[in-house]
Write a protein that binds this ligand. Structure first.
Ligand SMILES: NC(=O)c1ccc[n+]([C@@H]2O[C@H](COP(=O)([O-])OP(=O)(O)OC[C@H]3O[C@@H](n4cnc5c(N)ncnc54)[C@H](OP(=O)(O)O)[C@@H]3O)[C@@H](O)[C@H]2O)c1
Length: 320
């Protein structure tokens, strides 16, 4: 087994693997054919293959299914894993998403997350999203308080603009940011990434595989299940879909020369980008995370990186 490279999270003493298992798919809210047995096997497989970093959230599942499953899987090894969860987003009784980053709601969700995870502390706690009503400085004060009580080891922020990030950071120093980032969606390269590099803030990128598209197995002519929610994303619709398929043609050729899969090439490229500390790779089956883990140990020669960058330039899609 290849050792997965690790990274230090922000200004903490946490050493996390550069590939984390993303636990949204096992929440079963958008991914199809999710079941508990395979979800647990997926977490165990990640552990067996050396992943120590797991990413979940209060709202992953209608009743915290993702946190419950993670808690169950790590019950005997809690101290050797890095548990990241998030608060500030929940589901209303009618199923709609509510962003509530008020300190009282954050406290309720944090205690509930700990209960589900079977732990009394969390390694990384993110604010899942600013809520546009609560002053972000008030949300940040809550994280200062939790950290001073040693209930969390690192502070994270997700889905925030550069301005919101700066404001949060001025009240509560951020250790790790969690923005969207993948080959097709690179908007953070112009603002958040350079800021994080300057401040020494780690970056854990979500959607590295663009929900499976960049794993290279969803190609032209793919018959989507009508219940597959991915169809609602522009990148799964014409014209972005066509550009993405052209890009995948090029990536397939490059991956073939290295005798690796497209998913592994994409993970390796993403981890090679300046400022990217960790990729959060989602999976609902063991083989999926096993394939992506192998990508974390691939070193891309400069000539290959240039070929990939040329293909990205040729097939760039509008950022958004
Ligand atoms: N902070 C936030 O707001 C936020 C938002 C989104 C995600 N996240 C975090 O980031 C993580 C990653 O995002 P994600 O899980 O939505 O998407 P992702 O990692 O880009 O893609 C995961 C999906 O790709 C497919 N896949 C994975 N490995 C594969 C392989 N080797 N071959 C073929 N298909 C493969 C699977 O889909 P199928 O099996 O269904 O095809 C899997 O569910 C999440 O799990 C979550 O922890 C955070």
């Amino acid at each position: 087994m290849n050792m997965i490279p690790k990274t230090r999270i922000g200004q903490t003493d946490i050493d996390a693997t550069r590939i984390a298992l993303g636990l949204w798919p096992i929440a079963g809210m958008t991914s199809l054919e999710v079941n508990q047995a395979d979800s647990l096997k997926t977490i165990h497989s990640a552990l067996e293959h050396g992943v120590n970093f797991f990413d979940t959230a209060f709202c992953y599942g209608t009743d915290g299914e993702s946190e419950h499953l993670l808690g169950q899987a790590i019950a005997t090894c809690r101290d050797s894993v890095v548990v990241a969860t998030k608060g500030g987003v929940h589901w209303a009784t009618n199923g709609s998403r509510v962003n509530d980053a008020s300190p009282s709601r954050l406290l309720f969700e944090f205690e509930e997350s700990c209960r589900r995870l079977g732990t009394d502390f969390v390694d990384v706690l993110y604010l899942h999203s600013p809520d546009r009503v609560t002053n972000i400085e008030r949300s940040a004060e809550f994280y200062v308080e939790l950290k001073s009580q040693h209930r969390i080891r690192a502070v994270g922020l997700s889905n925030a603009t550069l301005d919101e990030t700066r404001r949060f950071h001025s009240v509560c120093p951020i250790d790790v940011l969690q923005p969207r980032y993948n080959m097709l969606q690179r908007d953070i390269e112009t603002d958040l990434l350079p800021w994080c590099q300057k401040q020494g803030v780690s970056v854990a990128a979500y959607w590295p595989l663009m929900k499976g598209l960049l794993a290279g197995k969803i190609r032209r002519g793919h018959q989507f299940d009508p219940a597959d929610k991915r169809l609602t994303y522009p990148v799964f619709q014409t014209p972005q879909w066509d550009r993405a398929q052209d890009l995948l043609d090029a990536l397939e050729q490059i991956a073939m020369t290295l005798e690796i899969s497209v998913a592994q090439l994409v993970i390796a490229w993403t981890l090679a980008q300046p400022g990217i500390s960790v990729v959060l790779a989602g999976a609902k089956r063991p083989w999926q995370i096993e394939e992506t883990i192998a990508g974390a140990s691939v070193k891309l020669p400069v000539s290959i990186q240039s070929q990939i960058n040329a293909a990205l330039l040729e097939n760039a899609i509008e950022q958004g």
